[in-house]
Structure formats: structure tokens, C-alpha cells
Design a protein around this ligand. Structure first.
Ligand SMILES: Cc1cc2nc3c(=O)[nH]c(=O)nc-3n(C[C@H](O)[C@H](O)[C@H](O)COP(=O)(O)OP(=O)(O)OC[C@H]3O[C@@H](n4cnc5c(N)ncnc54)[C@H](O)[C@@H]3O)c2cc1C
Length: 216
């Protein structure tokens, strides 16, 4: 698979934690739920959280046609998109060496506007699927009228990096002799038992793709 490294996407600190293959970067993109999109507006830098979806080598962002950020960057402005998964809290003996186990991705590029309604529809379904696998083909597909109310941007995934920290705390040799517990608290993003909407008809059962969340 391709390599997304560039001068600005190459790690300078902890280089050994860097990975640049699409395989690694896509695995993180496909697992996470939200990204943070950074851009430079007239007043300075702004970073906003958004949902996203990946389809092949493109990352899709969407919002209302009046969305300030999406409108600002739609004309070929650079964006920086960051995605983070937290895998553990790393408790070292010293306060100094506390850390986090993580898998993160930083992408750079210039998004463009998706005008084609078919691609917009596919990306809208992918955005739903990213949040809840199985839901994309269950939810009513957006109508043309709805799609025209959406500003959909497409960022080519061509330049970026993944950075991954795993494992134990890295204490100084002198600190390892201290009588202080050290280790990792594993963390996951958990989904809990779904709560039916208050206006859901009682005859409608929970869909099969939510079965794994029932009574777990
Ligand atoms: C988990 C998550 C997912 C989201 N997904 C989407 C998405 O897919 N599409 C979408 O359009 N929007 C999404 N939002 C909302 C998004 O963050 C923006 O608020 C929205 O896109 C409006 O952008 P704008 O540039 O028009 O904001 P403006 O209202 O023009 O922003 C003006 C100022 O308001 C403040 N502001 C804006 N957004 C936020 C925020 N989220 N939190 C705190 N302060 C803020 C900032 O100071 C910003 O400079 C999401 C938010 C969250 C938390």
C-alpha cells in the first residue's frame, strides 16, 4: 500500500512511533468516530470537531451549506485533520513520565466540493456507517432535496502520518526502585445498551446490527 509521508508529515520527535502506510492510517481512520479539522480563517487558526467518513482514498466532511468552516476551506484552503484513538492511560512512577497509549493520524490537504448527488449520497451513507456499522443501509437514504442542503467536502488522503504509542511507562532507571505502582489502565470507546427513542413504535424491534450491544 502507498506511503503518505512528506516533509511536513514526517515525525521529528519519537520518529520510531511514526507510520506512513495507507494500511495503518486507514485502520485508524476506520475505527475512530470523530476528527478535528484545523484551518486558518481571517481571525487566525480554528480547530473544530466533526464526524467524517472514508471512502477509498478520500475523507468526507459534511455540514449545512451555511457552515462557515466548510465554506471557507471549500475554495482550496489547506486543512489539517487529526483523528485520535486512546488505548490506555500510562501511569509511570514519576509524574514526569506519565503518558497515554494512542493511535493518531494527522492528514494534510485541500478539500474540494462534492457536487455529484450520487457521490454525495454515497458519502452520506458512509458517514452514518462510520458511526454505526449496519446503519448505513438501514436508515432512509437522503433525498435530493436533503442532499442539496448539505455541503459535502472531499479530502484526498495523500499526505499524512500515523503516530502510535504502545506499552509500559518508561521510567528513569533510578525511579524503578521506588515503591510506587506503575502500569497501564487500558481504555476503550464503549457502546452501551441502546435506548429506544421515546417516539419509537413499540412494534419495531431493535435491528440485528445492534444485537451485540444488548444485555452485554
Ligand atoms: C463530536 C462532534 C461532531 C460534529 N460533527 C459535525 C459535522 O459532521 N458537521 C458539522 O457541520 N458540524 C459538526 N459538529 C459541529 C462543528 O464542530 C461546528 O460547530 C459546526 O460545523 C459549525 O461550524 P462553523 O465553522 O459554521 O462554526 P461557527 O459557528 O462559524 O464558529 C464560530 C465560533 O464558534 C465556536 N465553535 C464552533 N463550533 C464549536 C464547537 N463544536 N465547540 C465549541 N465551540 C465551537 C468557535 O469559537 C468558532 O470559532 C460536530 C461537533 C461535535 C462536538
Amino acid at each position: 500500500m502507498g506511503d503518505l509521508s512528506s516533509a511536513r508529515s514526517t515525525l521529528r520527535r519519537k520518529k520510531e512511533r511514526g507510520q506512513y502506510t495507507k494500511e495503518v492510517i486507514y485502520s485508524i481512520l476506520d475505527e475512530a468516530l470523530i476528527c478535528h479539522v484545523g484551518y486558518l480563517n481571517a481571525d487566525g487558526p480554528v480547530v473544530l470537531p466533526m464526524v467524517y467518513a472514508r471512502m477509498e482514498d478520500k475523507l468526507y466532511l459534511h455540514g449545512a451549506v451555511g457552515n462557515h468552516m466548510l465554506r471557507s476551506v471549500a475554495d482550496g484552503l489547506d486543512v489539517c485533520v487529526t483523528i485520535t484513538l486512546i488505548d490506555g492511560l500510562v501511569l509511570a512512577r514519576s509524574a514526569f513520565h506519565h503518558s497515554v497509549n494512542y493511535r493518531s493520524v494527522v492528514l494534510f490537504g485541500q478539500p474540494d466540493v462534492v457536487a455529484d448527488l450520487g457521490e454525495k449520497r454515497d458519502a452520506s451513507v458512509a458517514l452514518v456507517e462510520q458511526l454505526c456499522p449496519g446503519r448505513g443501509t438501514d436508515a432512509r437514504v437522503p433525498s435530493d432535496t436533503e442532499l442539496k442542503k448539505i455541503l459535502m467536502l472531499r479530502l484526498p488522503i495523500e499526505e499524512g502520518s500515523a503516530k502510535i504509542r504502545t506499552g509500559d511507562p518508561i521510567d528513569d532507571d533510578d525511579d524503578i526502585a521506588l515503591d510506587i505502582w506503575a502500569g497501564v489502565i487500558p481504555t476503550t470507546l464503549s457502546r452501551k445498551t441502546p435506548i429506544p427513542s421515546a417516539d419509537l413504535r413499540s412494534t419495531i424491534p431493535s435491528p440485528p446490527y445492534l444485537d451485540f450491544l444488548i444485555d452485554q
